[in-house]
Design a protein around this ligand. Structure first.
Ligand code: SF4
Length: 459
């Protein structure tokens, strides 16, 4: 995807009713998160501890990864290392090919999306079935996820009913979530029973024990790894945590931040392969070491992918996941995307009001809005913004740095707003104004009020 965020956001916002529904649905999750966080008196202490734990782990990442590998091998787990997405895909494909696997079930993993695993395996004759309900919906619709926790949040239940009718042969016109979920269960059950291997992501890898932890609400990771004898787990290098006792801190934060639940429905610990089976963990770098080396952005590697920053972001809620050029949307995607490819994702750091709400809700206290601001400066310095934006910013900078010109511009805008508000909505500069009702401009500016009050004080 190489696209400019404002254009995609404008396309999304054109369907006002849908955009409003999307905004409301996500705000509902945000409010649930607030309630769940408020129910834990030590919430802020948990956030501080999680943030410090992540910072510590990242400062000794290589050591903890090696400790994890040593202990995992002792547990009978095969550990592979992949420099990038291509190597990850090759390793997974070879493991499957060597065992003659052509049917794979997969639980949610943004890392495999990042690596483009599904199309890679499908091109080699492997049927890959995403088993998380939201993931399966977007897979059937041939779309990428639009949210990292709720991949099909952009689709209404009526649309899902039509999709299931088309792809799964359910009755026409279904829209009851319970009926639709049951239809998906029946469909996925057959896939689970026929699978020869299961692939999962990794939420946490524990260095001390060499075990991995996978968190889901649907139990699909458990279904996909309990029946077939082969389990492959794809894990980013940043998923390692030092000790088993650290896990509880992250689990308490994760579920509450993601969906407002006190705890996720399934938290599964894998500390070795099942009897007679195999467990392979593929540890992937894919650009993470580069981020680690950049101090201003290192903290973004602490992300536990809870999605809270998306749910609270006024821009994400009103522009939808597909307006972002990077596969991870929202504030965290706006930090990660441009670091992967600054030119392709140049508009993302500008898809932010810099209100700081993302940083406020982040359970591991990533300074998201600050990192976004630093990225803006980097992108400006690289001169890779579209011409219109570059000219607009130059003109704004010119006016803001000349007080007399700024005052004259202020007078002009107030005159337009009083006399002919529609004029403010014209042209490309009016995009913001077209969505808003203007307040009546005050008779006097702050500067004029300050001046006259000073004269009164003197008098
Ligand atoms: S950046 Fe923070 S809030 Fe956003 S997904 Fe990651 S952990 Fe959650």
């Amino acid at each position: 995807m190489n696209q400019f965020h404002p254009e995609q956001a404008a396309a999304f916002a054109r369907d006002e009713a849908h955009a409003h529904w999307h905004d409301t649905a996500l705000w509902f999750v945000r409010v649930k998160r607030d309630r769940a966080a408020a129910s834990v008196p030590e919430w802020e202490r948990l956030r501080d501890t999680a943030s410090a734990l992540k910072a510590h782990t990242l400062s000794r990442l290589a050591e903890y990864l090696e400790e994890f590998e040593r202990n995992a091998r002792q547990n009978g787990i095969t550990v592979h290392w992949a420099r990038d997405g291509a190597e990850h895909n090759r390793i997974v494909s070879e493991i499957l090919a060597q065992r003659g696997v052509t049917r794979l079930v997969k639980s949610k993993s943004m890392l495999t999306e990042e690596c483009g695993l599904n199309p890679y395996l499908e091109a080699r004759g492997v049927e890959v079935v995403d088993t998380d309900l939201g993931e399966r919906i977007v897979q059937l619709a041939a779309e990428p996820p639009s949210h990292i926790v709720m991949p099909a949040i952009h689709r209404k239940k009526e649309e899902i009913g039509a999709l299931f009718h088309d792809k799964l042969g359910t009755a026409q016109g279904l829209s009851d979530p319970k009926v639709l979920t049951e239809a998906a269960r029946q469909h996925l059950r057959k896939k689970f029973l026929g699978a020869q291997a299961g692939l999962t992501g990794v939420n946490f890898a524990i260095a001390e024990t060499g075990g991995i932890v996978v968190v889901t609400n649907e139990g699909n990771a458990d279904m996909g790894t309990s029946l077939p004898p082969l389990h492959i787990a794809s894990m980013g290098v940043e998923k390692v945590i030092p000790r088993a006792r650290d896990l509880g801190i992250f689990l308490r934060l994760l579920a509450r931040s993601a969906t407002g639940q006190p705890v996720s429905s399934y938290t599964t610990h894998f500390h070795g392969p099942m009897a007679g089976g195999e467990l392979h963990v593929v540890v992937v770098d894919n650009g993470r070491s580069d981020i680690l080396a950049r101090e201003a952005f290192r903290r973004s590697l602490s992300c536990i992918r809870c999605g809270a920053c998306l749910n609270t972001c006024p821009v994400y809620r009103r522009s939808g996941g597909y307006s972002y050029s990077y596969l991870i949307p929202g504030p965290i995607g706006s930090v990660l995307g441009p670091q992967r490819d600054a030119a392709a994702h140049a508009s993302l750091p500008f898809a932010s009001s810099l209100c700081g709400s993302c940083s406020d809700v982040c359970p591991v206290k990533i300074d998201l809005h600050h990192e976004i601001l630093v990225l803006r400066e980097e992108i400006r310095a690289k001169d890779i913004l579209p011409l219109g934006k570059r000219v607009g910013m130059k003109m704004t900078g010119f006016v803001l740095s000349r007080p007399a010109l700024y005052r004259a511009a202020g007078r002009l805008v107030r005159w337009v707003l009083r006399g002919a508000p529609p004029l403010a909505r014209l042209g490309p500069g009016g995009a913001w104004a077209r969505q808003r009702e203007f307040p009546v401009p005050p008779e006097k500016t702050f500067r004029e009020l300050w001046k006259s009050s000073g004269e009164e004080r003197k008098g």
